[in-house]
Write a protein that binds this ligand. Structure first.
Ligand SMILES: Nc1nc2c(ncn2[C@@H]2O[C@H](COP(=O)(O)OP(=O)(O)OP(=O)(O)O)[C@@H](O)[C@H]2O)c(=O)[nH]1
Ligand SMILES: [Mg+2]
Length: 455
């Protein structure tokens, strides 16, 4: 990525610039000093760092805006560089006009996504996991993710990693000791030191590994998936939960062809609510693709709801009930003959256990509170063991776990130091990648690409 190498002064709006607002914050980073840009402001006299000045922003004698200006002198700034921060009036046109002015008249270029933060990392103001914590914090979908983002940003996880790295180095030195000094300390003592240090490392690693195990669903972007046969009432249910006629509802089976998603917030967690295509065998290739996508969504979903219309069943149903659903409802509970139709099905699918009944056609939503409680219970349970939410960390820790388990087996029986050493180095490489001691360029690219402009 080009920006990783250029140190030019950069500019961006650091607040949301998609809608008009009272205020917007523009940041300019990497200038030599305030004097570079003082000609754009009416304020005369010295500017002290970290003090706010009310001044007019002018171009060729014409006032562009009245702004509050703060100058942060590096290295005492967010990213270690000299930063000029302007609070301006937040009309989006005004924001664009001011950015344009600095680009055209001030020779400053537009910042790439995350470029301010990249410079903070380059100048050792933040380490890699703090950067990832900031990203998590800014994109969090729940208060748990916000808390974890903040904890990472304040360096808590990095400290754990450093302790782990120390234990790794101690163990590595114990292996070297067994080559170089076993004559001095005695072979048995060297072996004991080797195994004990491995044990210490393993204990510390295991508590970290517990935080990444058994995370089947994506807790960063948890999805509630509504599934069922065609005409089960999925889109009706989706609309009721959203309080909006978002999805098309019709009595034609197969109306929803591809899944639809919308945000749905419950108890401080922002879920993605997913309405899916009804599951059935179809010779229509588009519908068949829709069904395939429904099944994929079901494997990823955090909370899965099965809706059953007891008046319309088809062979696809047996396929569906093989899934593990969190909640099941019979719909069409308002129609005559419902109790009989429901009983017939319950007799047939006894293994399903208890299934609620709802009437979506004239819903006064008595089930909504129950649904929210169940969702919340599942979410709180899922986060109770403090799962790590960052995919990059999860993948590397799981890989390190595999390498460690084969290394531990080897360590029990193998005494050839060269073989042990090679396996241990592989483990070390994996851990140093999590910590960010080794950060391949593509890792940095993918992290910073994910950032918003202005951060
Ligand atoms: N009376 C009654 N009608 C319902 C109920 N739920 C849904 N309907 C009707 O059933 C039909 C199908 O509803 P949809 O919500 O479109 O069903 P769907 O599961 O999304 O169907 P597909 O998109 O085709 O898979 C519509 O005519 C709805 O008005 C209910 O509880 N009672
Ligand atoms: Mg539908």
């Amino acid at each position: 990525m080009k920006f990783l190498y250029s140190d030019d002064p950069i500019i961006a709006c650091s607040t949301c610039n998609h809608a008009n607002a009272a205020l917007a914050v523009i940041r300019i980073s990497g200038i030599k000093g305030f004097s570079d840009l003082s000609r754009f402001f009416t304020h005369s006299g010295p500017i002290e760092p970290r003090r706010v000045y009310f001044t007019r922003l002018v171009l060729q004698g014409q006032t562009i805006d009245e702004v509050c200006l703060t100058y942060f002198e590096g290295p005492k700034s967010y990213n270690g560089e000299n930063i000029l921060e302007l609070s301006i009036h937040g009309n989006t046109l005004n924001t664009e006009r001011i950015i344009d002015l600095f680009v055209k008249e001030g020779g400053i270029r537009l910042a790439a996504p995350g470029e301010f933060t990249y410079r903070a990392m380059k100048n050792k103001k933040l380490n890699l996991s703090q950067v990832e914590g900031l990203d998590l914090f800014l994109n969090a979908n729940s208060s748990y993710a916000l808390d974890q983002g903040l904890s990472l940003l304040s360096g808590n996880l990095h400290e754990i990693y450093l302790e782990l790295w120390d234990l790794y180095l101690i163990h590595k030195s114990s292996l070297e000791l067994s080559i170089d000094f076993s004559d001095d300390v005695g072979e048995e003592a060297a072996r004991k030191y080797f195994l004990d240090s491995l044990d210490n490392f393993h204990k510390k690693f295991s508590s970290l590994a517990k935080r990444v195990e058994n995370q089947n669903a994506n807790l960063l972007q948890p999805e509630i998936v509504i599934a069922g046969l065609p005409n089960a009432g999925k889109s009706s249910f989706f609309n009721i939960l959203l309080g909006d006629e978002r999805a098309i509802v019709s009595s034609t089976a197969g109306t929803t062809r591809d899944y639809l998603t919308e945000y749905f917030t419950a108890e401080g967690v922002r879920y993605k609510l997913v309405d899916t295509a009804g599951v059935r065998d179809s010779s229509d290739s588009i519908e068949a693709e829709g069904v395939k996508r429904t099944k994929k969504k079901l494997t990823q979903g955090f909370f899965k709801i099965l809706l059953i219309n007891p008046f319309e069943m088809s062979p696809g149903f047996s396929d569906l009930v093989a899934e593990d659903f969190d909640l099941m409802y019979f719909t069409h509970a308002d129609l005559p003959g419902f109790l009989e139709a429901r009983k017939n099905l319950e007799d047939k699918f006894r293994q399903l256990g208890s299934i609620g009944a709802i009437a979506l056609a004239n819903s006064d939503q008595p089930w909504e509170e129950d649904l929210t409680q169940r969702l919340n219970k599942k979410y709180l349970h899922a986060v109770s063991h403090q799962p790590l939410l960052l995919d990059r960390h999860k993948a590397l820790i799981l890989r390190a776990q595999q390498i460690l388990s084969s290394y531990r087996l080897l360590a029990q029986n193998e005494t050839d130091v060269a073989i042990l050493s090679s396996e241990l180095n592989t483990l070390g490489h994996c851990i140093s990648e999590v910590i960010g001691i080794v950060s391949p360029e593509q890792v940095l690219n993918s992290i910073f690409n994910n950032f918003c402009i202005g951060k």
